[in-house]
Design a protein around this ligand. Structure first.
Ligand SMILES: *[C@@H]1O[C@H](CO)[C@@H](O)[C@H](O)[C@H]1NC(C)=O
Ligand SMILES: *[C@@H]1O[C@H](CO)[C@@H](O)[C@H](O)[C@H]1NC(C)=O
Ligand SMILES: *[C@@H]1O[C@H](CO)[C@@H](O)[C@H](O)[C@H]1NC(C)=O
Ligand SMILES: *[C@@H]1O[C@H](CO)[C@@H](O)[C@H](O)[C@H]1NC(C)=O
Length: 466
C-alpha cells in the first residue's frame, strides 16, 4: 500500500509524529459478501408481560434502548415464542389449540387472546420504530401431537421419520397450527416473516422442548411449506430450521437437511451459541444463516463494557458479533432477551429494570455499534489492512452509505486512515463505545475521501461514510 502513496505524503508522514504508525485500511466496494438482515432480541417466557406492565416512562425508555436509532441499539429483529401451554400458568404463552381435537383429522378449534403473553404489544411497539422482521419459533408441538404426550421433556412430533403414535400422524395438523399462528398475527397487523418449528432439538429440556435430527426435520419441512402455500404465504414467510444448541451441532443437522433436498423449502438456517459459537463457515448451500439465541447464562447481571474479558462484558459480545458476521457469514445475530424487570440473577438480557428505572448494559452498546448503523439489506464488503489487535468489518447500506466497524482489543489506541476503493465519499461520521463512552459521536477528519481516526484502547469505533 505504502508504495502507492504520493512521495509528498510520505515526507509529511515521516516528519509528523502524530501520523506515524497510522495503518491504512481500504474498503473494497466491489467485493460483496452476505446480505445483513439485522440484530435482535426476544421477550419470550413472560418477559413481554413484565415489560408492558412497567409505568409509561421506564417502558418508553426500555423500548428506546432496544429500538431507537438515535438513543438506543436500533435493533431490527424480534424473536417470538409460539407457546404450547394449555393453561395460563404464570401468564405463559397460551397454545392456540389447547384442546386435543381428538385426532389429526378432526376439526380444530383455534383460540386467540389477541395478546400472546404481551408479545403482540411488544411487536406492535417495535413496528413504530420501523421493525419489520419477526421470527416466530415453536419450542414444542402441543402435547397430544407428540410421542411423549407432554410439551416438556423432549419427545418427537408424531409422524416424522421413524416416530409413530397410536393417535396417528400429526404433521399436517402441526403445520396448519403454525400457519394459523402467523394468520392470527396478521389479523393484529404484524407480519411474521420467519417461522421456525424447533428450538434446541438436540436438548431434552425440563421445559417446553421437542427433539429432532436433520432427517426427522426433513420429513416435516415439505408439509409446513405446503401449509404455507395453502394460505398463500409461502413467499412472505420463510421456514427456518433448527436453532440447535450450538453451531457445530447445527452444521450436522444442516448437512442432513441439505442431503435430503430441503434447500428448496427452507428460507433460513438458524443456530444458537450455547455449546459452540459461530466462528467458521457452515455449508448452507445458498441459504442465509442467523445466530438466533446467544446469551451469558453464567454471570450475574453486569453493565460493564470491559473489565477482565468476562462473559457479561460488552467488548466480549462486540467480538462475538464480529466473529459471527465476518468469519461465519451470519446475516442476523439475536441475543436472548431484551428488557427484563427484577431478574438480576443473570446477564441473559441487554437492559435491566428495577420496576422504576431502566439500565442499559455494555452488551446493549456492543449491539448498538452494529445495529444502529448497519441496517437491514446492507451487504458486507471486503477490506484490506487492519491495525494491531483490531478487527475490521465493512458494509454497504442500501442507501449507499458505507459503515466500517473497528473492534480494538488492545490496551493501546490505534491510528488509522480509512478509504474506499470503487467509489469515494465526502462525509464521514464516527461513534465510539468504551469504558467511559456509549456510542458517543467523535470528530473525524476526511480529506480526499480518506478519513483519519483514532481507535481508543478496548473500544469499538463505527465509521459511516456518506
Ligand atoms: C399476570 O399479568 C398480570 C398483568 O398483566 C399481573 O397483574 C399478574 O400478577 C401476572 N401473574 C403472574 C402469576 O405473574
Ligand atoms: C428516538 O429518540 C429520539 C430522541 O429522544 C426521539 O426524538 C424519537 O422520536 C425516537 N424515535 C422513535 C421512533 O420513537
Ligand atoms: C403485511 O403483508 C400484507 C401483504 O401480504 C400487506 O398488505 C400489509 O401491508 C403488510 N403489513 C405490514 C404491517 O407490513
Ligand atoms: C454466505 O451466505 C450466503 C447467503 O447469504 C451464501 O450464498 C454464501 O455462499 C455464503 N458464503 C460462504 C462462504 O459460505
Amino acid at each position: 500500500m505504502i508504495g502507492t502513496l504520493p512521495t509528498t505524503w510520505l515526507v509529511f508522514a515521516a516528519s509528523t509524529l502524530s501520523v506515524l504508525g497510522q495503518t491504512q485500511v481500504t474498503v473494497n466496494l466491489n467485493t460483496q459478501y452476505q446480505e445483513i438482515d439485522g440484530f435482535g432480541i426476544s421477550q419470550a417466557f413472560t418477559r413481554a408481560n413484565e415489560f408492558k406492565a412497567l409505568s409509561a416512562v421506564p417502558r418508553q425508555q426500555g423500548l428506546d434502548y432496544l429500538f431507537n436509532t438515535t438513543t438506543g441499539a436500533g435493533l431490527t429483529i424480534i424473536r417470538m415464542r409460539i407457546g404450547a401451554q394449555t393453561k395460563k400458568a404464570n401468564n405463559e404463552s397460551f397454545s392456540i389449540l389447547p384442546n386435543n381435537p381428538g385426532g389429526p383429522n378432526s376439526p380444530r378449534n383455534y383460540v386467540w387472546d389477541g395478546d400472546d403473553a404481551s408479545q403482540v404489544w411488544f411487536t406492535k411497539e417495535a413496528q413504530k420504530y420501523g421493525v419489520t422482521r419477526f421470527i416466530a419459533d415453536s419450542w414444542s408441538a402441543p402435547a397430544y401431537m407428540k410421542t411423549n404426550n407432554n410439551v416438556n421433556s423432549g419427545g418427537y412430533l408424531c409422524g416424522v421419520q421413524g416416530r409413530r403414535c397410536n393417535s396417528g400422524d400429526w404433521r399436517e395438523a402441526f403445520a396448519e397450527y403454525l400457519v394459523q399462528y402467523v394468520k392470527f398475527y396478521r389479523q393484529e397487523g404484524v407480519n411474521i416473516t420467519h417461522l421456525g418449528f424447533l428450538n434446541e432439538p438436540d436438548f431434552t429440556a425440563s421445559y417446553e422442548s421437542m427433539l429432532s435430527n436433520g432427517q426427522e426435520a426433513a420429513s416435516f419441512i415439505p408439509t409446513l411449506y405446503k401449509a404455507l402455500q395453502t394460505a398463500a404465504l409461502e413467499k412472505e414467510v420463510a421456514i427456518t430450521c433448527c436453532d440447535a444448541m450450538g453451531w457445530d451441532t447445527q452444521k450436522g443437522i444442516t448437512s442432513a437437511m441439505l442431503s435430503a433436498g430441503m434447500e428448496q423449502y427452507l428460507g433460513l438456517i438458524t443456530s444458537h451459541s450455547y455449546t459452540s459459537d459461530p466462528r467458521n463457515i457452515m455449508n448452507t448451500g445458498k441459504l442465509k444463516v442467523w445466530q438466533t439465541e446467544a446469551a451469558d447464562l453464567q454471570s450475574r447481571w453486569c453493565t460493564t463494557w470491559y473489565g477482565n474479558g468476562g462473559q457479561c462484558e460488552g467488548l466480549t459480545w462486540a467480538n462475538k458479533i464480529h466473529t459471527g458476521i465476518v468469519n461465519a457469514n451470519l446475516s442476523g445475530y439475536i441475543y436472548w432477551q431484551g428488557v427484563e424487570v427484577n431478574q438480576f440473577q443473570a446477564a441473559s438480557y441487554l437492559v435491566a429494570s428495577d420496576g422504576r428505572t431502566v439500565t442499559p448494559s455494555g452488551r446493549l452498546w456492543a449491539f448498538a455499534q452494529w445495529s444502529r448503523f448497519i441496517r437491514p439489506g446492507a451487504r458486507r464488503l471486503g477490506t484490506s489492512g487492519a491495525p494491531g489487535s483490531t478487527s475490521v468489518a465493512a458494509f454497504r447500506n442500501s442507501d449507499g452509505s458505507v459503515v466500517v466497524v473497528f473492534t480494538n482489543n488492545g490496551g493501546g489506541q490505534q491510528s488509522v486512515r480509512v478509504g474506499t476503493n470503487g467509489g469515494s465519499f465526502e462525509r464521514a461520521e464516527a461513534w465510539v463505545t468504551d469504558n467511559s463512552r456509549a456510542v458517543a459521536a467523535v470528530s473525524v477528519g476526511i480529506s480526499g475521501g480518506i478519513a483519519t481516526l483514532t481507535i481508543l484502547a478496548r473500544s469499538v469505533l463505527t465509521v459511516r461514510f456518506s
